[in-house]
Write a protein that binds this ligand. Structure first.
Ligand SMILES: [Cu+2]
Length: 420
C-alpha cells in the first residue's frame, strides 16, 4: 500500500517536473551509452591547461544560455527528499553528474567535467583560486547577492523564479573553514559500510561547503550553479577512492532509501529508474570516466572478489585487496557510532601567552587554524540532515584540526630549536 502510494507520488513528481521545464525550454535527458567507446579523466580544475579551462567555461556558458542549468536545479529540487539523507545519495549524484557531463558533450564532445578540491584551501577558502574571478567567482555582491565575477558573472536563472545567480557567504565576507583532506581520509579509513560512509561525508564535508557558499548554493536548486557539479565531482571522487579499498564496494551498497526500503544494487535510482548497481563503477558502461589521482577501478567478478577476500582472511600474504590502512583517528565511531568527548577545539588559556617563556617566541607567531563551524539548524532541517551525525562530524573534524594545529606548533618549535 505504501509502495503503491509512493509510486503515484513519484509519477506525480516526474510529471510536475517535466511539465515545468518543458514549458520553458527543452531539457535533454539522454540515455546512457551501453558501452564506453573511450574513458576520460576528470581533473582538478586548477590543474587544467588554459585551453582546457577555456573549453569548459565556454561549454557551461552555452548550457546556461540554453536554460539547462534551470533544468538541473528544478530536477534536483523536485526529488530532493529521495536523494539526500539516504543511500541513494552517492549513486544518484554520480548519475546526475554524468547527465550534466553528457549535456556538456552534446555541446562539445571533448568537454569533461573537472572537480573542485575544496580541501586544498580548506583553512581559508577565500584564497581558493576556484572562488576567484579567474575561475568561478566568489561571494555575491552585498546589495543583492548576485554573483558578479568569474565564469558565471551576472548569470540569471529562471528557476525557481527569475533572479540572478546568488551566493551569500555564511559569515558575510567569509565562508568559514571546510574539511581538511586528513579528516576526509580518516572517514575513508574508518567507515566500513556504505551507510556509515555516506552519512559521515554527506553530513560532514558535503554540507559545510553548501552552507559556506550560501545563497542558491544552500538551496535544493543549487545545481543552477555549475560549482555544484564540481563540488559533487569531488565528493564522487572521494566515494570512488573509498570504493577502491574493497572490491565488494564496486558491486554492492547497503542501508535504506527515503521510505525505509533497503537499497541494493538492484534498487532503482529515483527519477532515472536505472539500477543503483549500474552507477557503482566510474568507468562502467555509460559512465566512462576516472579521476586523475586514482587508479582506474578494475572490474573483478564479484564472486571471485568474495573468494579472494575470504582467502585473504585465511592467508594475509595474499590479501591483495586489503591495503594497510592508516591508524584510524576515530576508532570509536567505527565500532559503534560514538565519539569520545574531547575538547572540541584548542582554546588558548585566557590571559596567558600561548607558549611558556623557554619556548621560541617565533612559534607564538603561528596562528591556529580554525575548524569548520557546525551546520546550522534551519539548513539541516531543509536538507533532511541527520542532526546527531552532523554534530558528531563537527566534533570529529574539530579534533582533526586540533591535531593539525598541535603538529604545526610542535613543528615550528622544532624549526626554531634547529636554528638555535
Ligand atoms: Cu544533492
Amino acid at each position: 500500500m505504501v509502495g503503491r502510494l509512493l509510486r503515484y507520488v513519484c509519477i506525480f513528481v516526474v510529471v510536475a517536473f517535466v511539465g515545468e521545464v518543458a514549458a520553458k525550454s527543452v531539457f535533454p535527458m539522454p540515455q546512457l551509452d551501453a558501452v564506453c567507446t573511450r574513458t576520460v579523466v576528470r581533473k582538478d580544475i586548477v590543474t587544467l591547461a588554459p585551453a582546457e579551462l577555456e573549453r569548459f567555461i565556454r561549454t557551461v556558458k552555452e548550457m546556461h544560455r540554453r536554460g539547462w542549468m534551470d533544468g538541473f536545479g528544478s530536477m534536483h529540487n523536485h526529488i530532493s527528499h529521495q536523494i539526500h539523507g539516504n543511500e541513494h545519495f552517492f549513486a544518484w549524484h554520480r548519475r546526475f553528474l554524468r547527465h550534466f557531463e553528457m549535456l556538456m558533450q552534446e555541446i562539445d564532445p571533448e568537454a569533461i567535467l573537472p572537480y573542485w578540491n575544496w580541501a586544498t584551501h580548506w583553512q581559508n577558502p577565500l584564497t581558493d583560486p576556484v572562488l576567484s574571478s579567474a575561475y568561478f567567482g566568489g561571494n555575491g555582491r552585498p546589495s543583492d547577492n548576485c554573483v558578479v565575477d568569474g565564469a558565471e558573472e551576472r548569470w540569471g536563472r529562471n528557476y525557481p523564479k527569475r533572479n540572478c545567480l546568488t551566493r551569500k557567504y555564511r559569515y558575510g565576507t567569509s565562508t568559514g573553514a571546510f574539511w581538511p583532506m586528513r579528516a576526509v581520509r580518516d572517514v575513508m579509513n574508518t567507515a566500513v559500510t556504505h551507510a556509515q560512509f555516506r552519512s559521515r561525508i554527506e553530513n560532514g564535508p558535503h554540507g559545510i561547503v553548501h552552507l559556506g557558499l550560501g545563497g542558491d548554493f544552500e538551496t535544493m536548486w543549487a545545481p543552477v550553479d555549475v560549482l555544484f557539479f564540481m563540488h559533487h565531482a569531488m565528493l564522487d571522487k572521494v566515494w570512488a577512492e573509498w570504493q577502491s579499498r574493497d572490491q565488494i564496494r564496486f558491486h554492492s551498497v547497503d542501508g535504506y532509501d527515503a521510505s525505509r526500503q533497503p537499497v541494493m544494487a538492484k534498487s532503482l535510482m529515483p527519477f532515472y529508474g536505472e539500477e543503483v548497481g549500474t552507477a557503482l563503477l566510474t568507468n562502467g558502461p555509460g559512465y566512462c570516466y576516472i579521476y586523475d589521482d586514482l587508479p582506474a577501478p578494475v572490474v573483478v567478478n564479484p564472486k571471485r572478489a568474495a573468494r579472494v577476500a575470504f582467502n585473504a582472511e585465511l592467508n594475509t600474504t595474499s590479501a591483495e585487496y586489503y591495503r594497510p590502512l592508516a591508524p584510524p583517528l576515530m576508532p570509536a565511531v567505527a565500532a559503534g557510532h560514538i565519539i569520545p568527548t574531547v575538547p572540541a577545539r584548542f582554546v588558548k588559556p585566557a590571559g596567558k601567552a600561548l607558549f611558556a617563556k623557554e619556548e621560541s617566541p617565533e612559534s607564538a607567531l603561528i596562528e591556529d587554524f580554525a575548524p569548520p563551524p557546525p551546520l546550522n539548524e534551519s539548513w539541516m532541517a531543509k536538507m533532511n540532515v541527520d542532526v546527531e551525525e552532523a554534530e558528531r562530524m563537527n566534533r570529529f573534524v574539530n579534533n582533526v584540526v586540533a591535531q593539525i594545529n598541535s603538529e604545526r606548533r610542535q613543528g615550528s618549535n622544532a624549526d626554531a630549536q634547529d636554528q638555535n
